[in-house]
Design a protein around this ligand. Structure first.
Ligand SMILES: [Fe+2]
Length: 491
């Protein structure tokens, strides 16, 4: 087995199974034929068709879409109207771009100022994804909220950055985005009809600075596909995602009927559609945004191209009033898409400030040294109790002010922790909730997992892994000699 950097290693309960259960019997997402949309004069959906067969064709389509959204949240579409040649062209330029040397790709690397372009450090739920990406806006330039702060009305402009090579890259990408955008509007119309609404019910939310995005994904072969993921489990935040994937496969969807991961077998020239959180809110939970992930493999690289259909920054997202009643009260409070978007982008770039915890990779601590201390700790803790108690520590011998002398006295210390299996893990805890009192803690842990960090954004306990660094009270202390008041110790 080759080795992957610990930053990519998923917690045990999030790792992919080597073989899906009942793999020969998998129940896959539905495939919907959109040819009924193409019978009209403008290759568009109508609320009613002109002939009886049109009417029944459209009604059947709307009902199929509604059924797929309700039962799966995911479906594939064929005969979708996006020219196949365009799909081939964008795949070709994506391959050419990702083949470029790293320094060439990094010329269009995204950063704190520009969130668009090339990126190879994407994280899902704080674990690195095994992939590299290139992002561009459908609008080439759009306005977004300048900050996540609720009272801040300021906007900032996001602009695409384009690589020099391959030369046709920009033109192909923009042509592709326009074609898939048309498909996205048609699908949104079908979803509106399936909710008993006019087909253009949602269209205005995307006019005037939509924030939709196209992402080119490249998943290189991975030496340890059982430990890492191309994209960790997540739900999509937007309205719809329209995904093109090649014939390698890897996308898996959490099946609503039984919670199992169901692979999406590539269908040539099909698009995979999923409803995102916004449709879930609009429909007041009639349609749910469903969890999905991407598994990687050790032999083949994979390319995929999602189109994320995002509204304009000023859109307030809330359940459709037309759907609400005494028996179906609103399940969500309204929220502003722009502020949500700004919060998410901010968290991509300010992980340290926002979390108090972060992971480091390429840390130059040799794996061998880490393995040796782990082995020594295991041997020590396996000793009989009386042997270990020979060096039992005496709390009284530690100086009271051991953490007050900064670093001159070298009060830094290493602790070897051993957490035996616990017969009642729901009652006990390995280490109770606390903040660290020092300057920094550098933690190495094995593959069992257990550390949880209270996320500052929502107070949820989440599980990181690998070398973990956390900011302690000393760095939080606003003393002039050692301060960064923006950093706060986290539980
Ligand atoms: Fe996704």
């Amino acid at each position: 087995m080759g080795e992957v950097d610990p930053a990519f290693i998923q917690a045990i309960d999030r790792r992919p199974n080597p073989k899906p259960k009942n793999s020969s019997l998998v129940d896959e997402i539905p495939t919907i034929d959109l040819s009924a949309l193409r019978t009209g004069p403008e290759d568009d959906i109508r609320e009613t068709g002109s002939s009886p067969s049109d009417v029944s064709g459209h009604a059947k389509l709307v009902s199929e879409i509604g059924h797929a959204c309700k039962n799966w949240g995911f479906f594939q579409v064929v005969n979708h109207g996006v020219p196949l040649e365009l799909g081939r062209k964008i795949e070709d330029v994506a391959k050419k771009f990702f083949e470029l040397p790293g320094e060439e790709k990094r010329k269009v690397k995204r950063d704190m100022v520009n969130a668009l372009g090339y990126h190879d450090g994407e994280h899902t739920k704080n674990v690195r994804d095994w992939k590299e990406v290139f992002d561009f806006l459908v609008e080439d330039q759009t306005a977004v909220a300048a900050s996540h702060e609720p009272g801040d009305e300021e906007l900032r402009v996001l602009t695409n950055q384009w690589p020099q090579y391959p030369p046709e890259f920009r033109e192909v990408c923009q042509e592709y985005a326009r074609a898939v955008e048309k498909l996205a509007y048609k699908l949104l119309g079908l979803i509106a009809l399936s909710l008993g609404q006019p087909k253009n019910r949602f269209d205005d939310y995307f006019k005037d600075h939509q924030t939709s995005l196209v992402r080119l994904n490249h998943y290189p072969p991975c030496p340890s596909p059982h430990l890492a993921l191309g994209v960790g489990p997540h739900k999509d935040a937007g309205a719809l995602t329209v995904l093109a994937q090649d014939d390698v496969g890897g996308l898996e969807v959490r099946r609503k009927s039984d919670g199992e991961w169901s692979p999406v077998t590539p269908t040539p020239n099909a698009y995979i559609i999923n409803v995102g959180d916004i449709v879930q809110v609009w429909s007041n939970d009639k349609y749910e945004s469903v969890e999905h992930r991407v598994v990687v493999n050790s032999e083949k690289e994979r390319f995929s191209i999602p189109f994320f259909f995002f509204p304009a920054h000023h859109v307030m997202v809330k359940p459709l009033e037309e759907l609400l009643s005494d028996g179906n009260p609103a399940k969500y409070r309204e929220y502003n898409w722009g502020k949500f978007y700004a919060t998410r982008n901010r968290s991509d770039f300010k992980k340290q400030e926002d979390w108090g915890f972060f992971q480091v990779i390429n840390h130059r601590v040799l794996l061998e040294k880490r393995q040796r201390i782990e082995a020594a700790a295991r041997k020590f803790f396996a000793l009989p109790l009386e042997e270990k108690r020979k060096i039992r520590r005496d709390e009284k011998s530690l100086p009271e002010n051991r953490f007050n002398s900064y670093f001159e006295d070298r009060t830094s210390f290493i602790r070897l922790n051993h957490y035996p299996p616990c017969p009642s893990p729901q009652l006990a805890i390995g280490v109770g909730r606390h903040k660290d009192s020092g300057a920094l803690t550098v933690l190495s842990q094995d593959d069992v997992g257990g550390l949880e960090v209270k996320r500052k954004t929502d107070g949820e306990w989440i599980t990181p892994n690998a070398y973990i660094i956390n900011v302690g009270d000393i760095l939080q202390d606003p003393h002039p000699s050692n301060t960064n008041q923006n950093l706060k110790a986290t539980f």
